[in-house]
Design a protein around this ligand. Structure first.
Ligand code: FNR
Length: 387
């Protein structure tokens, strides 16, 4: 018998499994191909242990932090995830419920490009700090319109997801013949209904829309059409982490050079932050677990811009490990969906609260009264144990 109130994120996952049709549950929890990276995203956290310090006053533990100048109650923010309508079919609120829960937790919500609610609906119904996640379509004017709508509606940053020139092969969706609902944000912009012949509609839709020619120089184009800060989501290597920060030049379109740099590709574009992510293991299988490459990227970035990470955060201890390895904050994807599917807005709120409480306890038990007290020397990686 299942306890009425779940006590951790995994129990929320089980409730979500019971609540959702198989097609949608598989869509939410699945990864690409062999799902090796999906397992690794979780397993890699288990191989990191703590070096807790004792006899430090932790009668007050301060979890608050700031990202791009926005103060938040904890370094845990809501990752962009697609189509909340599938998790919360009743009523029109969907991403609005998620955004409200983020607001209650006093944290940031990143609205997915492929949301069920519109940019405007989410903006109108909650006062959470919101970022807007962007995909770049072959039809650039569609992208530009959405960026302008996000800016006009008070979203504070653009999160450009850069790991999806094509959609990863998600075999559960292919088998289930996953049906893609229409995207409300694109009404009147992109009307073609795309269906696959006997596979995943999502894959067919992505193939039709996503621009696989997108490259680093296009960040310059994006900067030319918005004043918002830009974060790049999907960095997994030091090569891509070597992004040189160029101060934003007011309304000047930057001419970008791709420079050879110490025999590796170094890219000189202006970005305001990067997110270490493998898209929740849904794109390239056998990509490394994000927590295992975080430090490599953090070193390459050399503090020029904030580094965030996502993938496999299920416990407060995971949040602590990511911060110890240099992340300024983490994003949570599936846990939020599990909360939404199990108990709507209240479920998302509970999931965020659980992670927060666990993280606070981890800080106390490790001897860190504030997030800036969390250092590299508070964790041991498997690599360090073996050498
Ligand atoms: C995603 N993710 C994602 N990312 C993005 O940039 N745009 C999107 O629309 C989506 N959609 C999406 C749907 C679902 C069902 C999942 C599980 C994930 C990736 C997401 O932002 C994030 O990188 C991962 O979810 C993080 O891993 P965890 O927390 O799910 O393990």
């Amino acid at each position: 018998q299942m306890a009425a109130e779940p006590v951790n994120v995994s129990e929320f996952q089980e409730l979500a499994r019971l609540a959702l049709p198989k097609m949608y549950y598989d869509f939410y929890c699945g990864g690409a191909e062999d799902q090796h990276t999906l397992r690794e995203n979780l397993e890699a956290f288990r191989r990191i242990t703590f070096r807790p310090r004792i006899l430090i006053d932790v009668s007050r533990v301060d979890l608050s932090t700031s990202i791009l100048g926005y103060n938040i109650s904890m370094p845990i923010i809501v990752a962009p995830t697609a189509m909340h309508q599938l998790a919360l079919p009743e009523g029109p609120i969907r991403e609005v419920a998620t955004a409200r829960a983020a607001a209650t937790s006093n944290t940031i919500m990143i609205l997915s490009f492929t949301s069920s609610c519109t940019i405007e609906e989410v903006a109108a119904s909650c006062n959470a700090v919101r970022f807007y996640q962007l995909y770049i379509y072959k039809k650039r004017d569609i992208t530009a319109t959405l960026v302008q709508r996000a800016e006009k509606n008070g979203y504070k940053a653009i999160v450009l997801t850069a790991d999806t020139p094509r959609l990863g092969r998600r075999e559960a969706d292919i088998k289930n013949k996953m049906i893609a609902p229409r995207l409300k944000n694109l009404e009147g912009l992109f009307s073609t209904k795309v269906t696959s012949d006997g596979g995943s509609d999502l894959e067919a839709y992505a193939k039709e829309t996503m621009d696989p020619s997108l490259c680093w120089k296009d960040i310059g184009w994006l900067r030319s059409i918005t004043k918002l800060p830009i974060l790049i989501k999907g960095v997994l290597t030091r090569e891509d982490g070597k992004i040189k920060f160029i101060p934003r030049l007011n309304s000047v379109v930057l001419t970008l050079d791709i420079l050879p740099f110490a025999a590796r590709k170094a890219v000189q574009v202006g970005v305001d932050g990067i997110i270490v992510s493998n898209h929740g293991a849904r794109q390239l299988d056998y990509s490394p677990a994000t927590i295992s490459v975080l430090e490599e990227v953090v070193r390459a970035v050399e503090g020029r811009v904030p580094v965030l990470m996502d993938g496999g955060i299920r416990r407060g201890t995971d949040v602590f490990k990511a911060l110890a390895l240099g992340a300024q904050a983490v994003l949570v994807g599936r846990p939020v969906i599990y909360g939404l599917a199990a108990k709507g807005e209240r479920g998302v709120q509970r999931v965020l609260e659980m992670l927060k409480d666990e993280f606070e306890l981890t800080m106390a038990l490790s001897g860190c009264p504030s997030v800036k007290d969390i250092t590299r020397r508070h964790v041991t990686t498997e690599h360090e144990r073996l050498h």
